[in-house]
Structures are given as structure tokens and as C-alpha cells.
Design a binder for this molecule. Structure first.
Ligand SMILES: Cc1cc2nc3c(=O)[nH]c(=O)nc-3n(C[C@H](O)[C@H](O)[C@H](O)COP(=O)(O)OP(=O)(O)OC[C@H]3O[C@@H](n4cnc5c(N)ncnc54)[C@H](O)[C@@H]3O)c2cc1C
Length: 487
């Protein structure tokens, strides 16, 4: 396994293909460092003996100890541990731990490549190639991101109906040694600090949409790949440092007639498996949300409780009710993820077909529970922000700048006038209002909310997954029997 220093060293060796605000930047540009610091926590915790059992796993390919973010789930216990590791590390960094997209895409492709080869009766070697890729990914402890979301153009049209066929990533040429792909995947979190980009289809595909049924992996700096990056950093602090300063990046990943050798191609033309791949990545990713969203809930509960205490309103009935509301969503979201792990099987639910054995025997979380958990917690993020806004009052929004708290002309006056609960030291209170300002009033906080809401698919996608997979017919029969309906 790598250390954080080795991870950074790897990024430093990469070709410059990151574009930010009109300039090309290096991977270790100062602006990317908070995101790199956040990702580095995944290396620190895997190396810490206290967290070894949670944050490392044994590779089923080599028998070696690997970072759990590179692991393919071999058991229900692995699913539980991924959920718990995600919750823990998101608590530590105070937000997204960033590495789950890679593990979720890896697990999806491990299964899909196996099934695609089976469907092709041995004419393809996707699974063998993917295993080779995975072995290196695990051995070198690489960071993966997942590029699923296509730009999609006209939302009401399918890939093949778009005026511009490049609005979904597609194969434009097949060669003896590989394929050439064109298109762009957008909002790709941490692609600018990832070693590998895993590319999977966005949606179900029709038989005539073979060109769009493509999955592959390329290094983040691969020839033909351009990344246009946005960085979400918090305002830097000079005097009153945070306990941890997280950072995030997202990229428009553009495949500008990019050549991908066959050994890195994991689907090419298999429309059925392409659609399943889209579904399966989303499923694994929604299961990851049952770790990260409860962590966001933990942080909201802490922030609301402290805001109430520092405002001197901790015993007010509406505070208790609102804390209960967040706890309820947080722990139900966790419970749904726990159940999805506990009922995990090497099986996949296909709408209209039912549960079928799928893949080479690795564990897939239960779809209904992964989806309801993600739906419940993902849609609650704006409500939770509203609760924090209510209990904090307006103070985080207009809180004076740090410098005014060290300027002798204003310092004492400011501490006097921000004092509310006399039991709380005003310097502690100031740090809390700054922290809540980061969550509620910063551009980074706003982006985090949108990511929590839309990441893994906008809410309607979960509603579709839940309703198409749920056995509603059996519930209708129950009611018909009770009501005495004969028809
Ligand atoms: C901060 C952030 C980080 C992200 N990270 C990643 C990442 O790492 N990797 C990745 O692949 N993706 C990532 N995403 C993308 C995320 O998965 C998408 O935002 C999500 O799937 C919604 O897609 P969209 O943004 O294109 O919105 P749209 O699909 O355009 O949705 C907008 C609205 O249109 C509706 N709509 C769309 N199509 C139809 C239709 N045919 N009929 C009726 N209504 C429709 C939707 O339901 C929604 O209400 C990230 C997004 C954000 C905001």
C-alpha cells in the first residue's frame, strides 16, 4: 500500500492536462492541495493499525493486504465494512471522502465484464483484461474516479436521437489494437487528483446504440484526455485555523478522439451489459451513500446541537424536535445501507426478470434498501441545512472577517457583542459560527449540497429504481384479499 507522500509523488509525475480558468495547472498546484489532503486521509487510515481491519482488505486476486478502496467485495462483511469505513472517513474530513467512486465502478465492472464475456461465448476477454487492470490497481494502491455522467444534450432524446452524436461518449473507430472514443463526461469528482478514470455508460441502451455501450479505464493524464477543472476550496484562514480543511474538485473530462488499447476496454458494443453497468455502478454508489450521508447527518447533528447550546436555546422544544428529525433520517439511512449489506448476494435484480445470479460470485448490495436509503438521506440535505440555518440564526452569514478579531480596535468589541450563552467562551463560539458559515454560506458548501442531492443520480432515478424493482403487485393482492375484492 502507498503512503500519502507516494500518492503525491505519483501525481507530480503526471502529464499536464488540467485546465483551470484559462491556464494549464500541475496536479500539485496549490489550489488542488486541500483536495489532495482530503484524499490522503484514505492512505493514512489504511496504514494506521487501529483502523487496519476497517480500511484494508485481503485481495481475492493476490492474497495481499490492500486498501479497501481498491477491493472487490467478497462477502457481506465486506459490504458492511465499506459502509462503516465511508461513514468514519467522511466524519474525519467533514465531508466527502472522495475515493468511493473508484471502488464502486471497480465492483460494477468486475461483474459486468464477466457477464459480457459469458454473453459473447468467449469471443471477448473483458474480464481477463479487467482482472489484469485490477491487480495493478490494487498492488499500486491507485486512486480511481468514475466518469459516468454524459453531457446528455436534449434530455428528452436518447443517445442515438441527439443532433450531435458526441453528447454521449461513444466509439468512433475500432482498430486492431484498440478503439478511439469521443465525448465528454461531466461533474467527475476528483478526476484531477485520480490516477485512473473508469468510464461507464450513463443509461440503458437500445440494441442499435452499440457505439455508446462502451466502458474502459485510462490514466487521468492519458493522451487525448483533457480535464477542465473546477475546484471547491474554503476561504483560507490566517489566524483561526480549522481542525481539518477539506477540498474538492470536479472535472469536465473530454475524450478528444482518445485512443484506448483493447486491454483497457471493458465493454464495446454490448448494449444490454452497458445498461446493466450503468445500473450497477449507481447501485454500488448509492450503497456508499449509506455511509457518507449518515456521516453528513452526524456533522449536522453536532452543528445544530452546538449552535443551540451556544445560542442558549438547547432546551427549547423546537430544537429537540429538529434534532430528532435529523437523527431519524441519519440512522434510517444507515439502517437501510446496513440491510442492503446484510441482504447482499452475488445476484442482481433486473426489472421484469427478478433476481438472477450475476457475476463471478462477488457481493452486490440489495437494491431496494440501497436505493431507499440514498433517496431518503439525499433528499434530506436541504431540509437539514434549513434546520441548521434556523437554529444558528443569521450570525454565520454576516460573521466579521478574521482580521477584525485580531485588530485591537475591534477585537474586544466583537467578542463582547457576539457573546450569547455566558457559559461559552466567545472564541469557541466564533469558531463554530465560522464552521457553520463554511457549511451554509460558502460556495464550497453550496456545491457540496448539490453533490449530495444529485450524486449517484437525481432523486427521480432512485424513485424509478425503487418502483420498478419493488413487488407492488403482491401488496395489491394483500389489499384485495382484505377488502374482499374477487377480481
Ligand atoms: C458535485 C457533483 C459531483 C458529481 N460527481 C460525479 C462523479 O464523480 N461521476 C459522475 O459520473 N457523475 C457525478 N455527478 C453527476 C450526477 O450523477 C448527476 O448530476 C445526476 O445524475 C443528474 O444528472 P444531471 O446533472 O445531468 O441532471 P439532469 O439529468 O439534467 O437532471 C435535471 C432534471 O431533469 C430531469 N430529467 C432528466 N432527464 C429527464 C427525462 N428524460 N425525462 C424527464 N425528466 C428528466 C431530472 O429528473 C432532473 O429533475 C456529480 C454531480 C454533482 C452535482
Amino acid at each position: 500500500m502507498r503512503t500519502r507522500e507516494q500518492y503525491l509523488e505519483g501525481l507530480r509525475k503526471m502529464r499536464r492536462n488540467l485546465y483551470l480558468n484559462g491556464e494549464k495547472i500541475a496536479r500539485d498546484d496549490e489550489i488542488q492541495m486541500p483536495a489532495i489532503e482530503t484524499m490522503s486521509v484514505t492512505f493514512d487510515y489504511a496504514a494506521d493499525p487501529k483502523y487496519e481491519a476497517l480500511c484494508t482488505a485481503t485481495s481475492h486476486l493476490t492474497g495481499e493486504k490492500i486498501n479497501r478502496f481498491c477491493h472487490v467485495h467478497q462477502s457481506r462483511e465486506d459490504l458492511h465494512k465499506k459502509q462503516d469505513m465511508t461513514r468514519l472517513l467522511c466524519q474525519v474530513v467533514g465531508g466527502c471522502i472522495q475515493r468511493c467512486m473508484g471502488v464502486d465502478a471497480t465492483n460494477a465492472l468486475y461483474n459486468v465484464t464477466y457477464e459480457a464475456d459469458r454473453e459473447n461465448h468467449g469471443a471477448t476477454e473483458y474480464h481477463k483484461n479487467f482482472k489484469k487492470w485490477l491487480e495493478r490497481f490494487q498492488r499500486e494502491d491507485l486512486v480511481g474516479c468514475c466518469a459516468q455522467t454524459d453531457v446528455k444534450g436534449d434530455r428528452m432524446k436518447r443517445p442515438s436521437q441527439q443532433k450531435d452524436p458526441d453528447l454521449y461518449v461513444r466509439v468512433i473507430e475500432k482498430k486492431s489494437d484498440g478503439i478511439v472514443v469521443r465525448g465528454s463526461k461531466v461533474h467527475i469528482s476528483e478526476a484531477s487528483i485520480a490516477d485512473e478514470i473508469l468510464v461507464v455508460p450513463t443509461r440503458a441502451l437500445l440494441p442499435e446504440e452499440k457505439d455508446w455501450a462502451v466502458a474502459f479505464a485510462v490514466p487521468g493524464d492519458w493522451e487525448g484526455v483533457k480535464q477542465v477543472v473546477t475546484v471547491h476550496n474554503l476561504r483560507s484562514r490566517k489566524y483561526f485555523k480549522r481542525g481539518f480543511t477539506p477540498g474538492y474538485t470536479d472535472s469536465y473530462v473530454i475524450f478528444d478522439d482518445c485512443f484506448v488499447p483493447w486491454e483497457r476496454v471493458f465493454l464495446c458494443g454490448e448494449t444490454v451489459q452497458g445498461g446493466i453497468c450503468a445500473l450497477l455502478f449507481a447501485l454500488f454508489h448509492r450503497h456508499s451513500y449509506s455511509g457518507c450521508k449518515p456521516a453528513m447527518g452526524d456533522l449536522m447533528i453536532g452543528a445544530v446541537a452546538l449552535a443551540a447550546e451556544y445560542n442558549g436555546i438547547a432546551r427549547a422544544p423546537h430544537v429537540r424536535d429538529k434534532l430528532a428529525e435529523i437523527i431519524l433520517v441519519t440512522e434510517l439511512g444507515y439502517a437501510a445501507g446496513f440491510t442492503a449489506s446484510e441482504l447482499g448476494k452475488p445476484e442482481l435484480y433486473i426489472p421484469g426478470v427478478g433476481s438472477i445470479p450475476y457475476g463471478p460470485g462477488t457481493y452486490i448490495p440489495h437494491s431496494i434498501y440501497a436505493n431507499v436509503g440514498r433517496c431518503l438521506t439525499g433528499e434530506a440535505v436541504y431540509r437539514e441545512a434549513e434546520i441548521l440555518c434556523d437554529i444558528a440564526g443569521g450570525i454565520p452569514a454576516t460573521f466579521p472577517y478574521e482580521g477584525d478579531f485580531v485588530n485591537p480596535e475591534t477585537k474586544d468589541l466583537l467578542y463582547k457583542y457576539i457573546t450569547r450563552n455566558p457559559e461559552v467562551h466567545p472564541e469557541d463560539a466564533a469558531q463554530l459560527w465560522r464552521y457553520i458559515g463554511d457549511i451554509l454560506c460558502s460556495s464550497s458548501g453550496g456545491i457540496h449540497l448539490m453533490g449530495s442531492y444529485h450524486g449517484g443520480g437525481s432523486p427521480v432515478m432512485e424513485a424509478i429504481a425503487i418502483t420498478t424493482q419493488y413487488d407492488i403487485e403482491s401488496r395489491k393482492k394483500m389489499v384485495k384479499r382484505l377488502a374482499g375484492i374477487k377480481g
